[in-house]
Design a protein around this ligand. Structure first.
Ligand SMILES: Nc1ncnc2c1ncn2[C@@H]1O[C@H](COP(=O)(O)OP(=O)(O)OP(=O)(O)O)[C@@H](O)[C@H]1O
Ligand SMILES: [Mg+2]
Length: 501
């Protein structure tokens, strides 16, 4: 299908010249004489690209761009050489890209084509954002999709890692084959191994039947290993073997199994640091680190926030069959400035709750919960599944679910208050004073405090902290790990290492 371009005629001579160049390049073209007519013409012509040849600083240009920018239309503006800082002009106006006059017609056509193709890719992958880092991610996805090399995606929680992994699969020759996702942090060590590689009948107590693992299920397709940094050492060795030879054994099996699987892995912590700490095998790291994609946190690409907000408001209003809400300039500004520790997921969840719960016809600054702006983050983001439809019963269900969520949040707050971690107590002691002189041993136990004594190594402090947490939770490792802010498996490892069991 031919690409369609709509050209504004603010500067007639260059508009005609560019129109001819686009036609020669097999584009379908149309011209619009006044910026004010753009909205109506866009509806009629449904272009892929809107080319603004001038008048970018008139308010009509801002209106024209606003009319198209949330959809699939790419916008390219031609700036005067006297305009300062084209990058910020593009951002301020919400343009996809700018060029400075005088322009070479072939260059405009080539850039126009690239912008259209990029925009189509964004619609297909649902990865939004005009920030250069996101554009780079899209270029990498296009380059990496056709090959079978392992890809490692790094980025903070909620920054879009799974979205990117699916895009790589969907654009690859394997798109019609399975995409199997495994959250490596969600399962304890023994279960993870049989989940990945399967097990034979009778391999362990409870293994009544042979079960295929995720690697076999993903054969000819893609396996997505999420939170790969959490894989325990014993499984790391096995994974290394699969990456090297594409073969493995089912748990309890003796026959090597060969698979044709593309591996895409994701992590929200630096694997390099984990290697440095001795928690992740360096040979596995090098095997995984063949092609990498880094997703920047939302706070480092704030220019994309308005675009994401507008798109989410539109999509979620439709999903929940709510009247379409706009957003006030003040509310938008607050969202642009918020810290977003939970990245795009947090932003999307917030918009979802505001689309449903904000009372007015517009989302106002007062509708934004203060903790979002303060950066405390919501304790538990209210996660609401798509309800669609909008029948009264669905709405009722939706409201009930929200109430349930709020109750759970309240209970969580209570629980956390009850279990507030004890403070670490630092006591400076002279060499000659044994700790017992200052604090009787039973008091240490009773108060669940961790005592620092001069000469202690970090490992000694850690050991004391772990044993205090275990004492406080009467040996409940899940609760102790939660309180210490470490994974349960990490806690198990450390208990073994410090011989606390
Ligand atoms: N660039 C983006 N454009 C549009 N939506 C996005 C973008 N990035 C993330 N999202 C949306 O944000 C949510 C979280 O994305 P995703 O699950 O891919 O994040 P993640 O990095 O895997 O998070 P986690 O580390 O918590 O697993 C999803 O709803 C996703 O569609
Ligand atoms: Mg994820």
């Amino acid at each position: 299908m031919a690409h369609r371009v709509l050209i504004t005629m603010d500067e007639l001579e260059s508009a005609v010249r560019l129109n001819a160049a686009f036609e020669a390049a097999q584009f379908e073209t149309a011209m619009v004489s006044a910026l004010d007519d753009v909205r109506a013409t866009v509806l009629k012509e449904d272009p892929d690209l809107l080319l603004l040849t001038g008048g970018l600083h008139e308010s009509a240009a801002a209106r024209a761009i606003a009319a198209v920018r949330d959809g699939h239309v790419a916008t390219l503006g031609l700036l005067e050489p006297t305009d300062a800082d084209p990058a910020s002009a593009a951002l301020r106006l919400g343009l996809t890209a700018t060029l400075i006059k005088p322009v070479d017609a072939a260059e405009v056509v080539a850039l126009g084509r690239r912008l259209i193709e990029r925009k189509r890719l964004q619609e297909r992958t649902r990865i939004l954002g005009d920030h250069p880092a996101i554009q780079e991610v899209l270029i990498k996805i296009e380059q990496m999709a056709p090959v079978t090399s392992t890809v490692l995606i790094q980025g903070e929680s909620g920054s879009g890692k799974e979205l990117v992994a699916r895009a790589i699969h969907d654009l690859s020759p394997r798109r019609a084959k399975p995409f199997i996702a495994v959250n490596c942090a969600a399962l304890p060590e023994t279960l993870l191994e049989s989940e990945l590689f399967g097990h034979e009948k009778g391999a362990f107590t409870g293994a009544a039947e042979r079960r295929l693992g995720r690697f076999e299920l993903a054969d000819t397709g893609t396996i997505f290993l999420d939170e790969i940094g959490e894989i325990p050492p014993s499984v790391q060795v096995k994974l290394l073997r699969v990456l090297e030879t594409r073969t493995f054994f089912r748990v309890g099996g003796v026959q090597p199994i060969k698979v044709d699987v593309r591996v895409v892995a994701a992590t929200n912590r630096s694997l390099r640091d984990s290697v440095g700490l001795g928690e992740f095998r360096d040979d596995l790291y090098y095997r995984l680190n063949v092609l990498t994609i880094y997703l920047p946190p939302l706070r480092e690409r704030r220019g994309d926030i308005p675009l994401l907000v507008r798109r989410f408001v539109r999509e979620l209003s439709e999903t929940h069959d709510r009247p379409f809400k706009g957003i006030t300039a003040e509310a938008m500004q607050r969202l642009v400035e918020a810290p977003w520790p939970g990245n795009v997921r947090q932003l999307r969840n917030l918009i979802e709750s505001m689309v449903v719960l904000a009372p007015g016809r517009e989302i106002r600054a007062s509708d934004i919960p203060p903790d979002v702006l303060e950066g405390a983050g919501r304790l538990l983001p209210v996660r609401i599944g798509a309800t669609g439809g909008g029948h009264p019963s669905q709405e009722l269900e939706f409201i009930l679910r929200n109430i349930m969520d709020l109750r759970l949040q309240l209970e969580e707050v209570r629980r956390r208050l009850d279990e507030r971690p004890q403070r670490v107590q630092v006591i400076e002691l002279g060499e000659s004073h044994p700790v017992a002189d200052v604090l009787p041993a039973n008091e240490v136990e009773e108060r669940g405090s961790v005592v620092y004594r001069p000469g202690m190594r970090m490992a000694d402090v850690e050991k004391e902290a772990i044993s205090a947490a275990l004492t406080q939770h009467r040996g409940n490792r899940r609760k102790a790990a939660e309180m210490l802010g470490i994974g349960e498996r990490t806690l198990y490892r450390k208990i073994k290492a410090y011989k606390l069991d």
